[in-house]
Design a protein around this ligand. Structure first.
Ligand code: G4P
Length: 525
């Protein structure tokens, strides 16, 4: 197979959802179709959600599992599918955001009863920023849920994207009868008896076919009405609008009952994009370019605390990646060679000789990589990452063991390179503040500093509202600001100035008193 065909047949995507909507279950069913796993329950993903916050062993165990499930590659009908796993726990939302930089499309799972939930909205924001094509899977229709039209309105409003249903539920909950595929005009029967069985669909010429009435009896009239309404309300599905991230096709199903999943997968293969061009600061890079390039979107620490070795995940953006070949680490301006790059197929990891755009390769790393680093064949260019978002919680981090200050500094440095949390250093005295999305992140940091670096830390509450990246347009006013707000001026890990506002009121005051300074909740603007 030629290089171009290899790229064309790849689909690299993530499944995202609010916890409990069914992301893990859906992932597992897709893997079952791909023959990548053989029994349900094989993927427990890196779910930490049901664990008590301080159950560290559980966190560690799950971190271990998540290496295996970080990327799940499999072949289906000649397509190479790469599913990138994302943590289910909301405290690790940043991890998920970063993973979204490495995918070409996304499947969003929405619970039919709960509708669009908070975490889904946040994730969609990132998809919109990057214009990532999105398919919505409305899950759990085997349970009583909201009316499908209401759900579509909710998705459209809250996820701020136009929708186009491509399948339609016939009945719901206890009365779930079937799903009608508006794309291929086939009816898929629901059977609650056997969760692994997939019924053969029934085709009709059109919905007025008397066979429809004979098949689904009482449901026929309602289905005809619904479909008429769907066709009246929603314009015809346009693949181009989907690829431009303007419209999200919507499917209905039940991941638990393996219902609607095959249609989702088969439509996905047809419509989802193969690897798309990637944006570097210097230029746009086409996947078909001959020369290899890629970026690190995730770093995974080794489970064994005696080995400081880590696995850096590189997304291949262009060209062919080859084992034992010198590549330029642009940030360090150093050539590196990888003797055992790892590919992820199904449940197995294996050393890979070559990989193509869309693929993810794990590189063993002893501390050279940071999230966002670019590798090339020699070109000086830097892939654009995702901006940092203001954290929600802040704590001073202090050394609790004076004998281990070096270890602590190194530990904090490396964990921040991994993207575990954000670090702000106060300008006035060099005090360090860790910013997180959730409490669990602080606990993981403390635990890992101790177990991997032998360093003890102590936290002290920092009552802060937001971290705002600043753009100073007037040097004199900026100097004045720094003087007057000296207690709240800090730098982020990249040396960018940040104003740590204590309250929304403080921020408002700063905005009105310093008109030439712009304040942003993200690090790029
Ligand atoms: P997540 O990864 O998005 O957090 O969700 P997950 O797949 O773990 O699903 C959350 C719960 O919802 C699980 O039940 C799962 O069995 C259930 N579920 C998923 N899809 C469906 C569906 O289509 N219909 C119904 N009725 N339930 C579904 P649990 O009891 O919390 O966990 P478990 O003990 O079954 O694993």
């Amino acid at each position: 197979m030629g290089f171009k065909e290899e790229i064309q047949r790849r689909r690299t995507f993530a499944i995202v959802s609010h916890p409990d909507a069914g992301k893990t279950t859906l992932t597992e069913k897709l893997l079952l179709f791909g023959g990548a796993i053989h029994v349900a329950g094989a993927v427990k993903s890196n779910k930490i959600k049901k664990t008590a916050t301080s159950d560290f062993m559980e966190i560690e165990r799950q971190r271990g599992i998540s290496v295996a499930t970080s990327v799940m590659g499999f072949e289906y009908q000649g397509t190479k599918i790469n599913i990138l796993d994302t943590p289910g726990h909301k405290d690790f939302a940043e991890d998920t955001f970063r993973t979204l930089t490495a995918v070409d499309s996304v499947i969003v799972v929405v619970d039919a009863a709960k509708g669009v939930e908070a975490q889904t909205e946040k994730l969609m924001k990132v998809c919109r920023m990057r214009k990532t094509p999105v398919i919505v899977f409305v899950n759990k229709i085997d349970r009583e849920g909201k009316d499908p039209f209401d759900l579509l309105d909710e998705i459209e409003e809250q996820l701020k994207i136009k929708v186009r249903p491509l399948s339609w539920p016939v009945g719901m909950g206890k009365r779930l009868n079937s799903v009608y595929n508006l794309f291929d005009k086939k009816l898929y029967y629901f059977s609650a008896e056997d969760k692994t069985k997939i019924e053969e669909p029934i085709s009709f010429k059109d919905l007025n076919d008397p066979a429809v009435d004979a098949t689904i009896n009482d449901f026929a009239e309602k289905l005809r009405e619904d479909v008429e309404l769907v066709d009246g309300v929603y314009p015809e599905f346009s693949n181009e609008e989907y690829l431009n991230a303007e419209t999200a096709p919507v499917f209905f199903g039940s991941a638990l009952y393996n219902f609607g999943v095959k249609e989702l997968l088969e439509s996905f293969i047809q419509i989802a994009p193969s690897p798309r061009p990637s944006e570097a600061i210097e230029r746009t890079v086409d996947p078909n370019e001959e020369k290899f390039s890629g970026f690190i979107f995730k770093i995974h620490a080794n489970m064994d605390p005696n080995h400081r070795d880590r696995l850096a995940f590189v997304k291949i953006c262009s060209g062919t990646f080859k084992r034992n070949t010198n590549y330029l680490h642009v940030g360090m301006n150093r050539k590196l060679k990888f003797s055992s790059p790892t590919a992820f197929m199904a449940e197995k990891k294996s050393i890979v000789e070559e990989a193509y755009p869309g693929d993810i390769v794990g590189l063993h790393d002893t501390g050279n990589f940071k999230i966002g680093d670019t590798l090339t064949e020699g070109e000086i260019m830097n892939y654009k990452g995702l901006p940092s978002f203001s954290p929600e919680m802040f704590k001073y981090i202090e050394n609790a063991d004076p004998m281990k200050s070096k270890q602590l500094a190194k530990g904090i440095d490396q964990l921040m390179d991994e993207g575990v949390a954000q670090l702000f250093t106060l300008d006035m005295n060099g005090r360090k503040i860790i910013g997180c999305v959730g409490q669990l992140q602080f606990e993981v940091i403390e635990y890992r500093l101790l177990h991997e670096y032998g360093a003890k830390c102590r936290y002290e509450q920092a009552t802060l509202h937001k971290a705002c990246w600043v753009k100073a347009n007037d040097t004199a006013e900026w100097e004045d600001f720094k003087r007057r707000k000296y207690k709240a001026v800090a730098k982020d890990k990249h040396g960018r100035y940040v104003y740590l506002a204590e309250s929304a009121y403080d921020l408002q005051m700063a905005q009105s008193n310093f008109k030439s300074i712009e304040f942003y909740f993200t690090s790029e603007f």
